[in-house]
Design a protein around this ligand. Structure first.
Ligand SMILES: C[C@](O)(CO)[C@H](O)COP(=O)(O)OP(=O)(O)OC[C@H]1O[C@@H](n2ccc(N)nc2=O)[C@H](O)[C@@H]1O
Ligand SMILES: Nc1ncnc2c1ncn2[C@@H]1O[C@H](COP(=O)(O)OP(=O)(O)OP(=O)(O)O)[C@@H](O)[C@H]1O
Length: 289
């Protein structure tokens, strides 16, 4: 019986353009993901000769077969027919669940990353496909660093790291359900005219301009969905900062000079932490570190 320790990093979307709605109900996206320095810690104990999965956590998340780590292990065992094992998992949650930083997806991605190495699986494409079955944000966590995402966000390519940039992650305690945010976007917003060529140009420009060219289509919803946050964003912009939602929210992120000063403009019940990017070259070392 051996216990392995994993760090499961959160993500932000420096670029996120929502394209057409597909027949399966998902939206095609053009997005840039970036893994960032807040993480959950996962203790994974593997006992040979027995079978089963047991999940526990310090936070109120589902612990049954709907937990994304449970799904990851179940699908992995089924797909790669590995020897019978009992998997005991403890998830020490630090990434706020449901906050738009991909916490659950990251847990599943980190566990798949580990299982792939542990059971010496070489089939990268099959692992990525399996990750996509769990959620559209899961595959990016098999790569880490700066990752381009297309399709429903599940078709991922690791690209050159963006320049590391400090930013504030602001946890609002609000809940913005992802599905609802996508359908509100369909209802309220005209789609950006974008394709792979245009998106690639935007990505290239982002290497030059850094956070100044970061963009999230979900920000366009704030005026309809959350007037308070919409007004706070306008205020932060007037002070020279760049606020944007993380994924579909409700966490938001702030770029700019003097981040400590920016904290002073936030309501007291919002929790702000300074984070930085986790590069593609550091990702694996830190994940197992
Ligand atoms: C907002 C983002 O975090 C940006 O990276 C993701 O698009 C959300 O990814 P996720 O949490 O892994 O989402 P999933 O679990 O795959 O999907 C949740 C719900 O979001 C909507 N959804 C998600 C991804 C996508 N490309 N189009 C969608 O319309 C669908 O209604 C889906 O039922
Ligand atoms: N391992 C897990 N950790 C956290 N939440 C999980 C996990 N497995 C399933 N969930 C469920 O998934 C929901 C979304 O959690 P998650 O932290 O992934 O949200 P999110 O950050 O909004 O994700 P995204 O950015 O992908 O939309 C939680 O409210 C919880 O019920």
């Amino acid at each position: 019986m051996t216990t392995f320790k994993l760090k499961s990093f959160a993500k932000i979307n420096p670029l996120l353009y929502i394209s057409e709605k597909r027949e399966d109900g998902y939206h095609n996206l053009f997005t840039l993901y970036q893994t960032v320095s807040i993480f959950d810690e996962i203790d994974l104990t593997i006992e040979k000769g027995k079978k089963g999965i047991e999940i526990s956590s310090n936070r109120d998340i589902p612990l049954d077969s709907s937990n994304l780590v449970y799904k990851a292990i179940e699908l992995f065992v089924e797909e790669f027919k590995v020897e019978p094992c009992f998997f005991k998992v403890f998830i020490d949650k630090r990434i706020p669940p449901g906050g738009g930083m991909g916490g659950g997806s990251s847990n599943a991605g980190a566990v798949l990353y580990f299982l792939k190495k542990h059971f010496k699986i070489k089939a990268n494409k099959r692992i990525l496909d399996l990750a996509a079955k769990i959620g559209s944000d899961v595959p990016l966590f098999l790569l880490g660093g700066t990752v381009m995402g297309t399709g429903k966000g599940d078709r991922v390519t690791k690209i050159k790291d963006l320049v590391n940039t400090e930013f504030l992650a602001v946890f609002t305690g609000k809940h913005y359900p992802t599905e609802k945010m996508y359908s509100l976007f369909d209802e309220k917003c005209e789609k950006t005219d974008i394709d792979l060529i245009k998106f690639s140009e935007i990505v290239l420009n982002t290497y030059k301009k850094g956070y100044h060219s970061f963009y999230n289509d979900f920000d366009r919803l704030l005026q309809y969905y959350d007037r308070d946050l919409f007004e706070l964003f306008a205020y932060l912009k007037s002070k020279g900062y760049k606020p944007m939602l993380s994924g579909s929210g409700s966490t938001f992120i702030i770029f700019g000079e003097d981040l400590s000063r920016a904290k002073k403009f936030l309501p007291e019940n919002f929790k702000a932490v300074k984070l930085e990017f986790v590069s593609g070259s550091d990702y694996e070392r830190l994940l197992f570190g």
